[in-house]
Write a protein that binds this ligand. Structure first.
Ligand SMILES: [Zn+2]
Length: 249
């Protein structure tokens, strides 16, 4: 195999690695968004419970004012007691106070029910706030991990790009230009292996003579069909351990 082809194979490996890392990096925002959903849900739930609690508090406040108002009216009626002259007047006066006092009992009962509800909601509000806090912690933890992952990938890409620069300067300009054209046209894959007379780029059979030439000569060939650079790789020696495991199983 000639030196240029060896460099092309290295370059292809680097470019494939860079592309794969870039793909992984592009997935990171979506990965983070997955962890953001539970946080958003938790915040929304907490807000809606807080709003319900506020509504109850407002209702109770309105009832409190009503209670004061009725109590005022009773007090005013009672100050007029001294003006009463007849039994009939007294009876009417007493009934009037009684109506207001019944009203007071009714309002007090309502306030009691509201206070119980408010107390229950206060517990819920606290519970939901704790859940939001937990969801925030989880999200921030994931955000930090993803940030670290991103930085790791960036430095990996930088490393591969530096290597790439080093290799590409050693490749003849004409061959490098051909490589880049093929990369652009052929989905990033410009250099492929031939195995058992098949181009692994387009999975097409290549003529036996070409297969032999690729194996035996030092020249650089391209696939008739997909036009990718082709290279032949000696199969690795049989792994004796792997074989013995297969046989014993
Ligand atoms: Zn091909």
């Amino acid at each position: 195999m000639n030196e240029q082809l060896k460099l092309l194979i290295e370059l292809q490996e680097l470019d494939t690695a860079i592309e794969s890392i870039t793909d992984n990096m592009e997935l990171l925002p979506r990965k983070l968004a997955q962890f953001e959903d539970p946080l958003k849900e938790s915040r929304a739930l907490s807000e809606s419970i807080k709003k319900k609690a506020e509504t109850l508090n407002k209702k109770k406040h309105a009832r409190d004012l009503e209670l004061d108002d009725v109590q005022d009216k009773i007090n005013k009626l009672k100050t007029r007691s001294s003006d009463i002259k007849t039994n009939k007047e007294y009876e009417a006066h007493r009934k009037e106070i009684e109506v207001f006092e019944n009203n007071i009992h009714k309002i007090e009962d309502e306030i009691l029910v509201l206070m119980e509800e408010i107390e229950a909601f206060a517990g819920d509000v606290q519970k939901e706030e704790e859940k939001v806090k937990k969801a925030e912690e989880d999200f921030n933890k994931q955000k930090k991990l993803i940030e670290e992952e991103k930085n790791r990938l960036i430095s990996e890409i930088d490393m591969y790009k530096a290597k790439r620069n080093e290799f590409s300067t050693r490749i003849d300009k004409d061959i490098y230009d051909q490589y880049m054209q093929k990369v652009d046209r052929l989905g990033g894959l410009a250099v492929v292996q031939v195995k058992n007379e098949i181009c692994l780029g387009c999975n097409t059979n290549i003529p036996p003579q070409l297969y032999n030439d690729i194996k035996e000569t030092d020249r650089t060939y391209t696939c008739y069909f997909c036009k990718r650079f082709l290279y032949y790789q000696e199969p690795p020696p049989a792994d004796e351990n792997a074989q013995s495991i297969t046989q014993s199983s």
